[in-house]
Design a protein around this ligand. Structure first.
Ligand SMILES: Nc1ncnc2c1ncn2[C@@H]1O[C@H](COP(=O)(O)OP(=O)(O)O)[C@@H](O)[C@H]1O
Ligand SMILES: [Mg+2]
Length: 328
């Protein structure tokens, strides 16, 4: 059951209209219930929060401005995907510095009217760098979720491979559609436009695509949030770096964050007292995504063999298996 502090915090966040905090407290209550064996209540509460977030997301989008590419049709459908993520900042396990930078982006976006009245532009072009599985895509989802905006994902490498020869023209189509619609735009794998690849591509197509992307970045479309992400920052053109208002680096998780990732993923199941030191060692070098998968694997193994609690041994085995896969 929720503690008195939880109830007070719920009421306070409701009074302040702070939905993010409200739902995050509700999820804490659910995690606590799960730990004390009330897994049914915990699941129901989680489902309820998910459902309400979705409804709220739709409510926020429905009135006001129409979203013309809400269901991209024809050619556009091949070029980008759109979703209305329910992801929130509280779902992410991040270094404080990374979290602060994302919160700053949210604050400037939320108060862009006030900033613009005084002649300031909100942060709106953000570059996310870091190894795979550290939460870059998830951050774009959380920004869209917090700002209640649609998320458009454009996979540049996919477009380039698919439309070899006419990529630049296709991309213009995307940009034109996007300029009309407020949203969060994630250009994933922007290293596909990297200097190296541009130089080795003889038709000069990648160079043309890069140029039209750079022009797009310059356009005055202050209402939307533009995010680019890459696992290979060393491949990016310097011209690209200069166009962004903020560059956020995603490191692999520290031992402390590793523990949070595991705790979050196992919040629903019984866990025996864990030997964290040994787990930290086994998890070193793995990404958030890999640790999440290992925790899932350990929980499932526990259920399949009919054991009650997830143990240190099962977790370490699953983490080791992740390492083995990575190095194959
Ligand atoms: N920082 C994080 N906090 C919580 N979960 C994470 C984090 N990073 C990755 N994950 C987990 O791994 C999955 C894949 O992460 P993703 O955001 O796609 O990584 P990236 O885009 O950096 O390669 C997520 O859906 C989530 O389950
Ligand atoms: Mg990604």
């Amino acid at each position: 059951m929720p503690t008195a502090d939880h109830v007070k915090a719920l009421v306070r966040s409701h009074a302040e209209g702070d939905d993010t905090r409200f739902y995050s407290i509700a999820l804490q209550v659910a995690a606590r219930a799960a730990r004390s064996g009330q897994s049914r209540f915990a699941q129901e509460l989680r489902d309820l929060v998910d459902e309400l977030r979705k409804v709220e997301g739709r409510k926020a989008i429905a009135p006001g401005r129409p979203v013309p590419v809400a269901k991209p049709r024809g050619e556009l459908a091949d070029l980008l995907s759109i979703s209305y993520p329910g992801t929130r900042m509280a779902d992410l396990v991040l270094e404080d510095s990374v979290r602060e930078q994302l919160l700053r982006v949210i604050a400037e976006q939320r108060q862009q009217d006030r900033l613009q009245e005084q002649g300031f532009h909100p942060l709106r072009r953000v570059l996310l760098l870091g190894p795979p599985g550290t939460g870059k895509t998830m951050s774009a989802k959380a920004l869209a979720g917090e700002l209640r905006l649609p998320l458009f994902i454009i996979r540049l490498d996919g477009i380039i491979t698919k439309f070899m020869g006419e990529t630049a023209a296709k991309l213009r189509l995307v940009f034109d559609a996007l300029i009309e619609t407020r949203g969060v735009y994630l250009f994933d794998e922007v290293d596909a436009l990297g200097g190296e690849r541009a130089r080795s591509n003889d038709v000069g197509e990648i160079r043309r695509v890069l140029n039209s992307f750079l022009q797009f970045l310059e356009q005055d479309e202050p209402e939307s949030l533009l995010i680019a992400a890459t696992n290979h920052p060393e491949l990016l053109d310097q011209a690209m770096f200069r166009r962004f208002d903020a560059v956020i680096e995603y490191p692999l998780p520290s031992p402390e964050l590793t523990r949070s990732v595991i705790r979050n993923r196992l919040a629903n199941v019984s866990v025996s007292r864990l030997a964290w030191k040994r787990i930290d060692e086994a998890a070193a070098g793995l990404s958030h995504a890999e640790i999440t998968l290992a925790a899932e694997r350990a929980a499932k193994d526990t259920i399949l063999v009919g054991n009650e609690k997830v143990t240190t041994g099962v977790l370490i085995e699953a983490l080791n298996e992740r390492h083995a896969r990575g190095h194959r």
